[in-house]
Design a protein around this ligand. Sequence first.
Ligand SMILES: Cc1cc2nc3c(=O)[nH]c(=O)nc-3n(C[C@H](O)[C@H](O)[C@H](O)COP(=O)(O)OP(=O)(O)OC[C@H]3O[C@@H](n4cnc5c(N)ncnc54)[C@H](O)[C@@H]3O)c2cc1C
Length: 476
Amino acid sequence: MGTLRKLPTNLLEALPADMDVRCDGEELSALADDLAYRGRAPLAVIRPATVDSLAEALPLLARRGIAVVARGGGLTYSAGYVIADRAHVVVELRHLASIAFAPDDEHVLEIGAGATWAEVHAWAAARNLRLCFRGPASGLFATVGGSASTDAVGLGSGRYGSLADQLRGLEIATGTGEILRMGSLTDGRRETPHGRFGPDPMGLFVGDCGAFGIKTKVALPVAPVGGPAAFGACTFDDAPSQEAALAALAAGGLCEDIIALHSPFPDEDSQPACIEFATDPATRAAALEHCTAHGGREAEAALVAELYHNPCPAPAMMVGPGGTRWLPVHGIVARTRHGEAMAAVRQTLHDHSQLMEREGLTCGLSSMAVGRDRLLVEPSLFVPDRPPRMIRRYLPAETADTLRARPTRPTAEAAGDRLRCDLIRALDSCGAQHLQIGRLYPFRSRLDAAADALLATLKSHLDPHGILNPGVLGYP
Ligand SMILES: Cc1cc2nc3c(=O)[nH]c(=O)nc-3n(C[C@H](O)[C@H](O)[C@H](O)COP(=O)(O)OP(=O)(O)OC[C@H]3O[C@@H](n4cnc5c(N)ncnc54)[C@H](O)[C@@H]3O)c2cc1C
């Protein structure tokens, strides 16, 4: 353990004996930032060995007014865990990462919130099972607890929706250290792990970015590994044809995954518009027909097939063309408004084309089906500046150091941030909703006043001392 200069000694002595406490300066400063935001280093990182130890620590921290922010893989990029103005400790749940079947039910897994998606995939595969919703593409590092706190889409979303749609049970620690167990994890109901019924409170905690509690356990369904998957892809001559095919394919509900790559901006001719999908052999022809009926020409499905077989790739997409910094933004829109949302995004990029050219910014564009009715639109800005030092945790050391040697480009960074905010406004004008709200996407301002008052009351009930990730989602 390094020097314990900042965490009050009496607090350190009071923490449960099995709490792993780290105060090494370098380790702490690496926890200050995410991919897009700069924050303040925490006083310490604490890693509870048990849920009880976390429950014991929270009131001790509250009594001293020290804030607490949970951190999973650290791969969100909307300031979900970045605190700039308050003394805080980071909680990592890597010791709470056990994976087991629910009692008497081998179709539900009870997963410690600190387990990564890669660990869950490996555990399930060893038993000839697979997750239904298979997690985000960042699953090599991202944790199940982190993804439940951002909500997440990813592999399987075409068929199963987002993680919220798949959640069976949740265990959380509140700001006072009280433990709540919901859904299939409810005490006394664990032999009937069928999840939610009636006005189940679980949904209040999904996508809360840790504002309402720290997730310690998540229950998710698994299914037997099925037969071989089938993949398909088509390219399109123009955006309207691709748009029509994407809408038809999503609505058809035949595919487990549907990913559309749109022409990038500004160099629209550098990549053809295409759609890739994963489905079953029996439905492949019908899925392909949705694309060819709208002018699609069959091509090879490279991306979906690769992700299907390796759902947790190294996060190489953090680095854009020419070593640029990836700065993504997204919105989930109704399938019927996807064309409108794409047009609004392209108009915003056109409006900023001079700024983008001057600062050397480019933008990739993709979409993904979330169930039959929703499509996620993701503009990926590429900014030619220096990436934050946190990339060292995720990329090979040599790559990270080469990228870190790039000059800082404050004007390019400011242009990226401005464009990102304008893209959010454009998506929101088409009714977009967001995952990983953090401190980037507007939340409270979009609630009805009565609903906002209800959630504010809930926040003060669950976190009366205001220690849980203050500022996130707009709650002090
Ligand atoms: C290369 C790359 C690919 C990505 N691909 C996808 C994708 O396919 N789909 C997608 O949806 N997102 C994606 N993301 C975004 C991100 O990885 C996801 O939001 C992921 O679910 C975050 O999980 P995490 O464990 O890294 O959480 P973190 O980033 O550590 O935390 C996210 C938020 O949740 C809170 N939190 C973390 N753990 C807990 C807990 N146990 N209890 C309460 N609050 C907690 C944090 O305070 C923070 O507000 C990607 C990011 C990168 C960099």
